[in-house]
Write a protein that binds this ligand. Structure first.
Ligand code: ADP
Ligand code: MG
Length: 714
């Protein structure tokens, strides 16, 4: 097996190209500037080339001075007339230049600058200049205020073109950064640009197939575009590379797992499986059956399964996972089921107890609260193989609990299960690898599943069990709160419980927005509207143990109303809770609101969700009460709506998908066609050269290595 581990260049090897030289080799970058650049992780000339502009000022169109209009940013060619300097009333230095038409005809138009003494020093009267900036009326004459100035016979860098605007750090001026990049790319007076030395990762055949410019012109155009069309084409080229490399990397990893890993094939006769399913207290939905079939097929192979089971809250993922565990048991192997919290693990252990009642696998809960003899017995059972299924948290894997024959690992509710974390399961282990089943309630947009989930297969449960009662959702404003509290009182009188969720923990300080806080709300309600009820407070600053204890009291009905932050978003089932009040609801994302709402309505009683907000026009809140085909929008529809409303930024943050920012591509609004194109190209490349060893793929292989190194995933 050829290693795809990073090939690290030996330290003694001389730099192969100018790209590896320090930035100080660029004229104009001294050691002080280099230090500032280092703060932005720019050390070499190569790093500098990849410091891309975030946007452009369009200074490409020239307007004669007499045609300038007020309140717009414009560019003109002018001859400098008289230049004067004076102090303003506030003591600031003001430079003012009269501007003449190109043929020398005087005009009323002027240019003014505050500070910038150098304007007068570097630009003599009579010089022809390009001038770009905002034009305003000053009295009855037009003025450029704080414009950018460049000699008309100099190359257009700062004016008269699409002018790149770069991310900066304190101490570096916009013009400096632009000048340095221009020198790096186009060369300075005494040297040529280094952009031609950038190795092109794409073989010419691929470039031609997708009509992509070569890397040097793409880099040139992405910094100093000739026009918008070339800029877009250049950006497409760089995005293509980035997506292709990401997909090659994940596809190779998958191939590596497939080739190196060997799992225990798990199967069960049809009749036996049918018997278990018939013994369940309910009928599986079509989507559950389909997912189960997909999982069963994977389990029967020697190649370890890597499957994501995606389904809305309450869609019944647990029973599918439990049946998978049962298949493992029938094949004489063990299963580890891992939940994000100990409390959820306890809940799973209880559910399994019910599902495995008649002759099912032996199982046990192993959390930090299981100690002493009980713990020793479980560990022994796992080591000798008498225990079939163990339920716990991720600590099960991290602490190297010894199994006799672990063949299936189920990771429940992993919304934050990124590329990085997936690796730890596979690449740590030795011997046989467990089949891996991940479950999530977060729907994955297609663009994502084609890229960063390329190393996973996906099963979707897109159907809720029949007879699920819908949760009645109301939008209310703050002045309607008395009615809301009254509703909670009535529910508690009926023996039910309620959640009250706030956006923040602490009350606002002076001058801060008046955002509802858990601490203040709990106190107010306890002393006021809900006096006499049993209230409890829970938030993210409390230790996990303390939170678990409160949750347990709530589950045991020793608490009527739980006032909390979103820490209750995922958690154990409280079937007796029928009211969810969300204060400051406009501050939550749709996925979050949906998840919170799903915390009630798990029992037999009617359940309510009240969204309290002053933002009457919030599209998100409207979506929460929207109906379609006689039912409220489900989690998938809400997630899509969320993407439409605010773009995928939040959805795709590192937090969610676990992939650090890409350099070029914004996965939130990348053209899906580019994803398919690169996906196909990745397949084509790997079919012919699975390990990227052909010389024409050398630069791509290096790029894959660099990606692993950058993400520290190798
Ligand atoms: P989630 O997908 O959110 O993990 P669970 O697996 O916890 O959902 O299931 C939610 C509830 O629905 C559980 O009480 C479970 O017993 C029940 N359930 C699961 N599948 C079905 C079904 N096909 N019909 C009826 N109830 C079901
Ligand atoms: Mg679940």
């Amino acid at each position: 097996m050829t290693s795809t581990a990073p090939r690290v260049r030996a330290a003694s090897e001389p730099p192969a190209t100018s790209l590896d030289l320090p930035v100080t080799r660029i004229p104009g970058i001294g050691s002080e500037s280099a230090k500032l650049l280092e703060r932005m992780k720019i050390q070499t000339i190569g790093d500098l080339l990849w410091h891309l502009p975030t946007r452009f000022d369009d200074f490409s169109k020239f307007v004669p001075l007499r045609r300038l209009v007020p309140n717009a940013t414009q560019t003109a060619v002018a001859v400098l007339g008289h230049i004067s300097q004076r102090r303003t009333a506030t003591g600031k230095l003001m430079t003012e230049a009269e501007l003449h038409e190109e043929d020398g005809t005087p005009t009323q138009v002027r240019a003014t600058w505050f500070g910038r003494a150098f304007v007068k020093e570097t630009h003599p009267e009579g010089e022809r200049v390009r001038i770009s900036g905002k034009v305003r009326f000053f009295g009855r004459t037009l003025q450029f205020s704080q414009p950018t100035l460049e000699r008309a016979d100099a190359e257009a860098v700062h004016t008269g073109r699409l002018v790149p605007i770069y991310p900066l750090t304190e101490g570096i001026k916009p013009g400096q950064m632009r000048r340095w990049l221009h020198t790096a790319i186009e060369g300075g007076p005494r040297r040529t640009g280094v952009v031609g030395e950038v190795p092109d990762p794409l073989p010419a055949a691929i470039r031609e197939r997708h009509a992509l410019p070569d890397i040097a012109s793409a880099l040139r155009q992405v910094h100093f575009p000739d026009d918008e069309r070339r800029l877009l084409s250049a950006r497409r080229r760089l995005a293509f590379d980035e997506l292709l490399v990401l997909q090659l990397a994940l596809a190779q990893r998958r191939a590596r797992w497939t080739a190196q890993a060997s799992a225990v094939p798990l199967d069960v006769p049809d009749a036996e499986l049918a018997e278990w399913v018939a013994g369940l207290p309910f009928t599986l939905t079509g989507a559950q059956q389909r997912s189960l079939r997909e999982i069963r097929k994977d389990l029967a192979r020697r190649v370890p399964m890597s499957r994501l089971l995606e389904g809305d809250v309450g869609s019944g993922k647990t029973v599918v996972a439990a049946l998978a565990a049962r298949i493992a048991t029938a094949s004489g192997a063990q299963t580890a089921l891992m939940a994000p919290t100990e409390l959820l693990a306890e809940q799973h252990a209880r559910s399994l107890g019910a599902l495995f009642r008649n002759g099912g696998p032996t199982h046990a809960l192993l959390t930090s609260s299981v100690t002493g003899d009980a713990r020793r017995a479980i560990l022994a059972g796992l080591a000798e193989g008498s225990l079939d299924v163990v339920v716990g948290t991720h600590a099960l894997i991290e602490e190297h609990v010894a199994f006799k024959r672990l063949a299936l690992a189920v990771v429940d509710e992993q919304h934050r299960f990124g590329v990085r974390q997936r690796a730890t399961f596979r690449e740590k282990g030795s011997g046989t690898d467990p089949h891996l089943l991940l479950t999530t309630a977060t729907p994955i947009p297609q663009t994502l599943s084609q890229t960063i989930y390329r190393d996973l297969d996906i099963s979707v449960i897109d159907e809720l069990p029949v007879g699920r009662k819908t949760i009645t959702t109301h939008l209310r404003t703050r002045d309607q709160l008395p009615k809301v509290w009254e509703g909670i009182r009535l529910a508690v009188e009926r023996g039910q419980q309620a959640f009250v969720v706030t956006p923040r923990i602490d009350p606002p300080e002076d001058g801060e927005d008046d955002v509802p806080s858990a601490i203040a709300m709990e106190k107010d309600l306890r002393q006021g509207e809900l006096r006499g009820l049993r209230l409890a407070l829970m938030h993210g600053r409390m230790a996990a143990k303390e939170r678990d204890a409160i949750m347990r009291r709530f589950a045991d009905r020793q608490v009527d109303v739980l006032v909390a932050t979103t820490v209750v978003e995922v958690g154990i089932d409280i079937p007796n809770a029928t009211v969810m009040v969300i204060l400051g609801a406009e501050r939550f994302g749709l996925a979050q609101l949906h998840q919170l709402r799903g915390r009630v309505g798990r029992g037999t009683e009617r359940a309510y969700c009240v969204l309290v907000s002053e933002a009457a026009d919030s599209e998100r809140l409207a979506a929460m009460v929207e109906w379609k085909d006689g039912r409220p929008l489900n989690g998938f529809e809400l997630a899509l709506r969320d993407l439409e409303i605010r773009g995928a930024g939040e959805f795709l943050g590192e937090r969610q998908h676990g992939v650090p920012e890409l350099r070029i591509v914004d996965l939130a609004d990348v053209d899906p066609r580019l994803i398919s194109e690169t996906a196909e190209e990745a397949d084509r490349i790997l079919i012919g050269d699975a390990t990227l060893e052909r010389p024409e793929h050398g630069a791509l292989a290096d790029a894959v290595d660099q990606l692993w190194r950058r993400y520290a995933l190798a």
